[in-house]
Design a protein around this ligand. Structure first.
Ligand code: RP5
Length: 167
């Protein structure tokens, strides 16, 4: 059966960061697939994948790449599906190269670009869940629970801080 979210990355060296994204989807019970493909090393494969993704039933594509990161943009060029781009720190420029390459898309070809690295990968997973939640009430409920757990954890941190500074 077709997975709702497709996670693609430029190399297997990106996997450690991209796993954050997969973990979020798993926690929310959203089906996903993961693949390595490269805008530069396998351009034909990327074009074919993106051109077929919508009719295969995929709903969101998440693409992470480092260096001159053209993967998300190359996919967005060939699909009407929402594409989320994760810039990765893979070179001496620490992700600044990938950030600019991913975020600076020309008008007409959007890539929803998240932060560089693990925070971005996690947020990409959450953003995909939020997109799917537009037509899935159960996901809306899970997102609400996620947000209240996060708020609770933040309040607990504040409480611990107050106890510490009172001593
Ligand atoms: C990018 O080049 C990949 O996304 C990766 O972040 C970076 C380095 O790739 P490898 O040389 O480790 O395969 O295309």
């Amino acid at each position: 059966m077709t997975k709702l979210v497709s996670i693609v990355m430029g190399s297997d060296s990106d996997l450690e960061v991209m796993q954050e994204c997969a973990d979020v989807l798993k926690d929310f019970g959203v089906s996903y697939e993961m693949q390595v493909m490269s805008a530069h090393r396998t351009p034909d494969l990327v074009a074919k994948f993106s051109a077929n993704a919508a009719q295969e039933g995929k709903k969101v594509i998440i693409a992470g790449a480092g260096a001159a990161a053209h993967l998300a943009g190359a996919i967005a060029a060939n699909t009407t599906l929402p594409v989320i781009g994760i810039p990765l720190a893979a070179t001496a420029l620490n992700g600044m190269d990938a950030l600019l390459a991913t975020v600076q898309m020309p008008a007409g070809v959007p890539v929803a670009t998240v932060a560089v690295g693990k925070s971005g990968a996690k947020n990409a997973g959450l953003l995909a869940v939020q997109i799917l939640a537009l037509s899935d009430a159960k996901l809306v409920e899970k997102l609400a629970k996620y947000k209240s757990a996060m708020a609770k954890s933040c309040q607990e941190k504040n409480q611990r801080l107050q106890e510490k500074i009172r001593k």
